[in-house]
Ligand binder design. Structure first.
Ligand code: ZN
Length: 487
């Protein structure tokens, strides 16, 4: 017995020594850079130009017949008037109606181009919430140090900041060596198939192989990562896939006065319950593993120890990180029943009951593997399982953090925001950038606007806004990126 205890103690001491050695051995992955002097920009003028852009109701509706062409035309006219140098210097092509593709031709045709993406459209205001806004959603108000309105963060803030950066560089006499494309779709919020997808098709037909593509998807998080006081630049290196699965249960219909033991509604409900109890497995891998590699060294000793010893403590880390819906979404393919349909009358048994379950697919899984999982978990031959093909989009590829584009963006961010911690990130939503993945392996998703815990509900919600200072810094990041990458 003593011997067993002794062995146990030796093993534990050995493990502890290995864990501590490894923790002390990890070193920061942050690029060493010299901060640049802040680019002189007029905050008031910049804020007003963004505010003006937020007044156009360039809303994407699920029903495309509601598309309001006049709002998009007005918005594009506003861009021409607000950024005269951009429009005098860059080539502009309209793609499939309202898609905008600008080309700033570089002098060195041997360099692969850079492509900056943003989208012109915004989500609607949820009916009944208009009155809850501090400032009207399409009023373009600037108060209390913020620019208010739908699109301030998603994604006109980015679109206008990109144009602002190019306008500024042209005014300083800059001429690019590397060709820069600016590509602005107009239906990102409903899938991007008319805008971004068509622009990407055009670039494919021209055999373009960009050095990198930069889109929205990550931001400068302030106070969102416990243990890191500095702003954390979340650079999306991948995004989850998407599939909605339809479950249909069939049973005898008839009069509800003589129901059978099992009804379509009951079978379907049981199937959904089994599905919720059998989630896709949780795993720290790919972009999320990269994130812990980058964040760990910046953390206090305790969390650093856990993050850098995932070989031993991965389960604890996953359980802790996965305890919130946001954390959970970064660790697994998520299961979300969203639609239930059955029955037409309260005393008639429905012969079919239908449910839609939305899955967001972790890189490494696929729409095919999700479907297999659903069939296994539901485990009832009376329930047919089928993927809604029009919704299928597999997870994106994962951009290498060692490749130059990620490194270049990381250096740029730290030059402009000294002390910022840069980390790779898994985008759990979908962006227009997925349509560009055929063009280049280097797809990055980051906008330099600051996001606090409070802002997450504002995107697509009430009181969307961006701070004037944060917005101006996001313009500075684009300026510095273009200097580093293209000039
Ligand atoms: Zn967006």
């Amino acid at each position: 017995m003593k011997r067993v205890l002794l062995v146990l103690v030796v093993v534990l001491v050995g493990l502890a020594a290995a864990v501590v050695t490894r923790t002390l051995g990890v070193h920061s992955r942050q690029a060493t850079v010299t901060p640049v002097a802040p680019e002189p920009l007029d905050s008031t003028v910049l804020a007003q130009r963004l505010a003006g852009a937020l007044k156009f109701k360039t809303v994407s509706y699920q029903d495309s017949t509601q598309f309001e062409a006049r709002e998009f035309e007005g918005f594009q006219r506003y861009l021409r008037e607000s950024f005269p140098k951009v429009h005098a210097t860059l080539k502009l092509e309209k793609v499939n109606g309202y898609g905008l593709l600008y080309q700033w031709v570089g002098s060195d045709t041997g360099l692969a181009p850079a492509v900056l993406l943003a989208h012109q459209d915004v989500v609607p205001i949820e009916p009944g919430t208009e009155g809850k806004w501090t400032e009207p959603p399409f009023g373009g108000a600037i108060t209390a140090g913020y620019i208010w309105g739908r699109g301030a963060l998603d994604d006109k803030g980015s679109l206008v900041a990109i144009l602002e950066a190019v306008e500024h560089l042209i005014s300083t006499g800059a001429k690019p060596r590397r060709t820069v494309y600016l590509a602005f779709g107009y239906d990102e919020e409903v899938g991007g198939r008319r805008g971004a997808a068509r622009i990407a098709d055009l670039l494919v037909s021209r055999h373009l192989h960009p050095e990198f593509v930069l889109d929205e998807g990550g931001a400068l998080a302030t106070g969102l990562i416990p243990g890191v006081a500095a702003p954390v630049a979340l650079v999306g290196i991948a995004e989850k896939g998407y599939v909605t699965v339809e479950l249909t249960a069939q049973a005898e219909g008839g009069h509800s006065s003589m129901p059978p033991n099992e009804t379509a509604v009951g079978m379907l409900a049981a199937g959904i319950t089994r599905l919720e109890h059998h989630q896709m497995p949780r795993a720290i891998r790919g972009p999320t593993a990269d994130m812990f590699d980058f964040l760990g060294p910046e953390m206090p000793f305790g969390p650093r120890l856990v993050m850098s010893n995932r070989w031993l403590l991965g389960g604890i880390l996953a359980a802790g990180f996965g305890a919130t819906p946001q954390g959970n979404a970064m660790l697994r393919t998520t299961t979300a029943p969203t639609v239930l349909q059955a029955g037409v009358k309260e005393n008639v048994l429905p012969s079919t009951a239908r449910a839609l379950v939305n899955f967001r697919i972790l890189p490494g899984d696929s729409a095919g593997s999700v479907l297999e999982h659903v069939q296994r978990a539901v485990d009832d031959p009376r329930i047919t399982v089928r993927a809604l093909q029009e919704t299928v989009s597999d997870p994106s590829g994962v951009t290498s953090v060692d490749a130059e584009p990620f490194q270049l963006l990381a250096r740029t961010i730290r030059q402009v925001i000294p002390g910022a911690v840069v980390t790779p990130w898994l985008v759990v939503g979908a962006t227009d950038s997925r349509h560009y993945s055929v063009l280049t392996p280097n797809v990055l998703r980051f906008v330099g606007a600051p996001i606090g815990a409070d802002d997450l509900r504002r995107v697509h919600g009430t009181d969307e806004r961006v701070s004037v200072q944060g917005y101006v810094n996001s313009v500075r990041i684009y300026i510095q990126l273009l200097k580093n990458a293209a000039l």
